[in-house]
Write a protein that binds this ligand. Structure first.
Ligand SMILES: [Zn+2]
Length: 130
């Protein structure tokens, strides 16, 4: 057995300090993370986890049903990519429609589990009035 085990030198970029666009705290974007994920993270690890499970709101900017994709304008004014396959079955996206969704962060950031809000989703109070 050879004593010369090959050593891989990874050229890692230096760690960087970023501030979270959601809660504002500073967090470290390590060289290793930079290498693995080329896209700069917008949120601290805590918020990333939180935002991944919480639903967001937006309005369909445009959606091309034939091509099967479009964009949603989020409440912060930025647009996010949406594909038909990430829309909950049966829901149709149309320009101006209010939708809720989750954000898939990362290189191919996009809206997932997109749900269109039906017009006048009434929540009728079942309690009889006297
Ligand atoms: Zn945060």
């Amino acid at each position: 057995m050879s004593a010369d085990t090959p050593v891989l030198y990874l050229q890692l970029p230096p760690d960087r300090t970023l501030s979270c666009q959601h809660c504002g705290i500073a967090f470290v974007w390590t060289g290793w993370e930079q290498r693995r994920q080329a896209q700069k993270p917008e949120h601290c690890p805590g918020c990333r986890r939180l935002l991944a499970v919480s639903r967001r709101w937006g309005v369909v900017k445009w959606f091309d049903a034939r091509k099967g994709f479009g964009f949603i304008t989020m409440t912060d004014g930025t647009d996010i990519f949406v594909r038909r396959r990430d829309v909950i079955r049966g829901d149709r996206l149309r320009k101006g429609k209010l939708v809720s969704f989750r954000v898939k962060e990362g290189k191919n950031k996009r809206a997932i589990k997109v749900r269109a809000q039906r017009p006048q989703e009434k929540q009728e109070n079942a309690q009889p009035s006297e």
